[in-house]
Design a protein around this ligand. Structure first.
Ligand code: MTE
Ligand code: MO
Length: 255
């Protein structure tokens, strides 16, 4: 972690190197000028803000206990996709489901549900907050997204991960996206179970995203395809998500 003291020392040190004799001869006088102090303090502030931002993005979302579970985890948005190919998968108990992982990866993957369930799993009891003003606490179990991305091998150009869903919502399919900080966050999972049971259709069967530091609309349900991209410009309406394109919702919905 970068502390303000380290930053100041490093900054002053590098100025000393760059400025040759500056620090030895005129150090105190230069350091005493308000302009120089302002410069150092300004840089420090930037660094601290940046550090706070990064550590906030890395911090874990609060986890709860079984006693906190909501009696019912309500469904919202699409709760039963009408697309015939989706309905056919439901009828077959998702035996034909395959999650595709592709885009800017070295080894595109096609994973069945049992294959995903055989990967290391993580369970977490978290609170889901919808912008519409309701919350629910549920236990999610699934495969950490970063493990899937590691298996596929992200290419260096990859900057965002896009989640393509099975349901039509208005004009196009629902989709969402996150950056690589959230994609690699330990609580970011593709969940196949809710409260210890197979994920219900209402809540996104067979697989839904949990990105616990963000609001409800980022938690893509019915995920069919995970695509690594360099830019969001050519996906959907270009703003990185269904609600980002069609409503006025922010792409980064941090909570
Ligand atoms: N594919 C898809 N994902 C979606 C939605 C949707 O309509 N379709 N709705 C979003 C919204 S606004 C919320 S609040 C949550 C609701 O999740 P739940 O149905 O498990 O409560 O899913 C999000 N993910
Ligand atoms: Mo929501």
């Amino acid at each position: 972690m970068i502390t303000p003291t380290m930053t100041r020392r490093r900054l002053v040190g590098s100025l000393g190197l760059a400025g040759g004799g500056l620090l030895l001869t005129g150090c105190d006088r230069v350091a005493a000028t308000p302009a120089f102090r302002g410069f150092v303090e300004g840089s420090e502030r930037l660094t601290m803000d940046f550090t706070r931002l990064v550590s906030a993005r890395d911090a874990l979302a609060r986890e709860f206990t079984a006693a906190d579970l909501s009696p019912v985890f309500r469904g919202n948005g699409v709760t039963n996709p009408t697309a015939t190919d989706y309905q056919a998968m439901v009828a077959n108990g998702f035996a034909d489901y395959r999650l595709r992982v592709d885009g800017l990866v070295r080894r595109p993957l096609s994973m069945s549900l049992p294959q995903l369930q055989a990967m290391p799993r993580r369970s977490q009891i978290t609170r889901h907050d919808c912008v519409e003003g309701w919350s629910a606490i549920g236990q999610w179990t699934g495969v950490p997204l970063r493990l899937l991305l590691n298996q596929a091998g992200l290419l260096p150009q990859a900057r965002y991960i896009v989640f393509h869903c099975a349901d039509d919502y208005g004009p196009g399919k629902y989709y969402e996206s996150v950056d690589l900080i959230d994609a690699h966050h330990p609580q970011t999972i593709l969940a196949w179970a809710l409260n210890g049971r197979a994920l219900p259709v209402t809540n996104g069967a067979p697989l839904r995203l949990r990105v616990e530091r963000q609001l409800g609309y980022k938690q893509a349900k019915y995920v069919m395809r995970v695509e690594a991209v360099n830019s969001l410009a050519h996906i959907g309406g270009g703003k990185g998500g269904y609600w980002e394109d069609s409503g006025d919702y922010a792409w980064y919905a941090g909570i």
